[in-house]
Write a protein that binds this ligand. Sequence first.
Ligand SMILES: C[S@@+](CC[C@H](N)C(=O)[O-])C[C@H]1O[C@@H](n2cnc3c(N)ncnc32)[C@H](O)[C@@H]1O
Length: 246
Amino acid sequence: MDWEQWQHSWDRQQEWYMPDREERIRVMLDLVEAAAGPSPRVLDLACGPATISRRLFARLPAATSVGIDRDPALLRIAERSFDGDVRITFATADLNTADWSAIFADEPFDAILTATATHWMTATALARLYRDLVKLLRPGGIFLNADHMPDPANPLLNALDDKVQQAHRKLASENGALDWDHWWTTAAADPQLAEDVAASREILREHTTGQEHPADWHLTRLREAGFLEAGVVWRSVTDAVVAAIR
Ligand SMILES: C[S@@+](CC[C@H](N)C(=O)[O-])C[C@H]1O[C@@H](n2cnc3c(N)ncnc32)[C@H](O)[C@@H]1O
């Protein structure tokens, strides 16, 4: 597969889990444009193959972006598919380390965006990450996090949502979409990705601790971290986008 096909295949795999993925990215970019205008400097946090940056450039061609992630295979797809695009740079960083943001110089970001990543972190590491993000944003800058944020107070609603999602996934599989495990098996079989996938699997084996939190948990931690405001700007039954203003 070429790099564009890998992007497409990643999107289909993510949509297998989140049929409304594009809608949440659109809501995030609406707010970035409102907060920072047509040429924001964005941090694409835990970027994977940099889906958010791709949507950002499609909408705001004068934007610039820095993509960071710890996964070598996803970063490879990102770097190769953006080859020659001077608007974006990539760096390897593990958000669980205390000094992950040391790689950034003094220039603050207008917006920091992340999707489907923070539930991979422990509560302690994520609270620390939120404090780091305040320091990386300019005053008035915006942070947006789209992730699984189920509310344990609603087990019946969550179970109904699970039924809806299972039906969607069955249909998507019948139409050829791959789930997470099958996607990685396919990536491992591509000679141009095989070595990176082996390294990715090693990283995933070592870091399996993560926690999901309800949206209110995120809002409280964001305010405690020093953001001026924090609110829910989109939600489904079990997922949400939270936003915070520096
Ligand atoms: C499900 S993917 C989402 C990627 C992208 N944001 C998207 O929406 O397509 C989750 C990403 O978070 C990254 N990630 C998870 N924990 C991380 C950490 N501690 N440091 C850096 N990246 C991390 C993974 O490597 C992966 O690329």
